[in-house]
Design a protein. Structure first.
Lengths: 389, 389
């Protein structure tokens, strides 16, 4: 029997709206077909949530309302279940393209472009995401096409969310709030980091147990003393010690949309240096959020942060975050000095103020926020505390 | 203060052994420097477990004992903490390479190759993993180098594990066994899929709570009725229903090394079709494992499986798995008809017998195994049952 469509995060009209924006960009670049290979961009344009471990691509044709998703046969049912698209918009290739040296799934994608008459027209590729070998295959097997690099073409469209997407981002934010509060309950001296992590990750899946559950989970980053100067590692098998510090960064996932948060925890009274850094960072966070509104730039926002903490005797060497959405980091607007991207309503950012001062000392604080019509909406709601346990 | 080395999964000698094998392969391909960008290959050659969200690369030089890891400054402390390497073998680049259109971290990697005298020699790249734009940058900025595609050069070395790696694979397998048994406890009619998933994922982190904990976690694949014909999706927000079926695939992670398992669960007595398919698959699994020993091929193993289930009235359209190790699927030996890779002691595989018969009906069963000196060692130990709940 045929599988039915699963619950859809968005109505068909929302996907068609996104596709219209992408097709306008394609027209500007004079491509008739855009081959999308970024997993996040495919989710954005189709609703797909199936984890594909085999080669696949979405082909957006300027002349068709729906795009076509070329997938390994194994992934047909899952992608049909998740996406807004009709059955015949999903094109399954057989396992003769799998695990072979002489051909792979990109041959199925290129065959499709030939069949649909794109082989001698402008074809867009995401050369910043596609591997070099795959790009060579497109060049070799589409000698008469005009191949155009369209890296980030879809990503820039994704930057401004619809109101429907913001609803989903709020749900993702509620999950991270629940998880960070769970961390404040389970981190205790003598508990193994991994065992606390198990409870926190479970909350990243379950949320608060009453509201929306997560649609996926990424492992949490948990950097405990003496590793608080480290940014991106997971829990260890050590036990939490008295008079130690824990930095946590975690995410919530709702239909692929991510919110993120960072908070710092102190077992025992925080040392003076940590307490002063926390105060400076909270002041910097407030100052940065104060600047957020349409018409301001990314650079404006972070400059307010840097100015504030410098006045209070601190500095931070790294950037202050990035646009956030499907699969976490969006590779477009960057919260750093010199990024002149103008803020628009419904852009969403992870204002990431992790400050790794020394190799063995750092502090973290962040919020996920939306640019609102006249200011800012902070989506993450957990207290902006240095949690003392 | 300087951060100390963390617990190391392997002694220095183990990494030097791996590097010797890779350098022999480099000599064969006449490259003086190999630029490794696959995350799994970097973990294999260094022990790194830091999650790097910024551009980074490992440069293996034929003339140096240790390789050099080029990372964003933010990731210096984490990569030094995790890897076997000396401080000066980790080269940090500053945030001026981050979030910019005109340059990125690969410029820092290419600068390093120039500084170390590799710019007019043979330089190996993993063109099957590197993006097309990154490869173009290497070509443009290393005009006098002879660039050689070395995709899978390190992966083929990884295929045969050392005894030390097998110890770690056994620990990863114990974690998956604990998680699959936890699934058999928490899946009950009326429970929300996501809430059961939360418990299972927690066990994927905690293991059995006594033995080794996980070093990471990937979300579990949980395909419940009416989605058992789907291979690669996560839990939903539905509740488990009486007289329904659940297919689970999950992994355990130990220092980056993965074991995997699949089992099928029936709430209520399994329908006849499911029971018969289970019997055929278990017989096919036994037959395949019976064939495993050094000197046999991947093709031999799976042929025994296909012959057995066909005699029992079933077939399976997809391949039967792949080599498994760091980050799950290894892109080398494939358990499919026609793959003539000869089995050698300490190769490890995920014998993956998921059989998605119809769009709305499938069954899953798998084991992680090691090729032993005279036969097979099955690393996953959970009962080969159709769990009836």
């Amino acid at each position: 029997m045929a599988i039915a469509k699963g619950p859809q995060a968005f109505p068909r009209a929302e996907y068609l709206r996104r596709l219209t924006l992408v097709k306008a960009e394609m027209a500007r670049r004079e491509v008739d077909a855009l081959v999308v290979t970024s997993s996040a961009n495919i989710t954005y344009l189709t609703g797909n949530l199936t984890r594909m471990f085999s080669i696949h691509a979405l082909v957006v044709s300027a002349r068709d309302e729906e795009p076509s998703l070329i997938v390994r046969g194994l992934d047909f049912a899952g992608t049909f279940h998740h996406t807004f698209m009709a059955r015949d918009s999903i094109v399954a290739y057989s396992d003769v393209y799998v695990g072979r040296a002489d051909r792979n799934g990109f041959d199925a994608v290129i065959d499709f472009l030939h069949e649909r008459g794109h082989a001698n027209r402008g074809v867009g590729l995401e050369l910043g995401y596609l591997t070099a070998l795959a790009a060579e295959k497109f060049k070799a097997r589409l000698p008469d096409a005009r191949l155009v690099d369209c890296t980030k073409a879809v990503d820039w469209v994704r930057l401004v969310k619809s109101d429907l997407e913001i609803v989903v981002m709020r749900e993702a934010s509620a999950i991270v709030d629940a998880a960070i509060m769970r961390a404040s309950e389970v981190i205790r001296p003598g508990v193994r980091e991994a065992d606390a992590a198990a409870e926190i990750v479970a909350t990243q899946v379950r949320g608060d147990g009453k509201g929306p559950r997560a649609t996926g989970v990424l492992p949490l980053l948990l950097c405990a003393s003496p590793r608080t100067g480290v940014s991106h590692i997971l829990w260890s098998e050590d036990v939490f010690r008295p008079d130690s510090q824990i930095n946590i960064e975690l995410s919530g996932n709702r239909y692929g949309y991510m919110a993120a948060i960072m908070r710092t925890f102190s077992i025992g009274a925080p040392p003076d240096r940590l307490r002063r850094l926390h105060e400076a960072e909270v002041a910097g966070l407030d100052a940065a959020l104060e600047v957020v509104r349409p018409g301001r730039t990314c650079s404006d926002v972070v400059s307010a942060f840097y100015r504030t903490i410098e006045k209070m005797g601190f500095k931070k060497e790294t950037r202050c975050g990035y646009a956030i959405g499907i699969d976490w980091v969006e590779p477009t607007a960057s919260l750093q000095v010199g990024d002149m991207t103008e803020l628009k309503p419904n852009m969403t950012f992870h204002l990431m103020l992790g400050n790794w001062v020394d190799e063995d000392f750092g502090y973290v604080l962040s919020e996920t926020f939306r640019v609102a019509e006249t200011g800012v909406e902070v989506l993450t709601k957990a207290p902006r505390e240095l949690f003392t346990l």
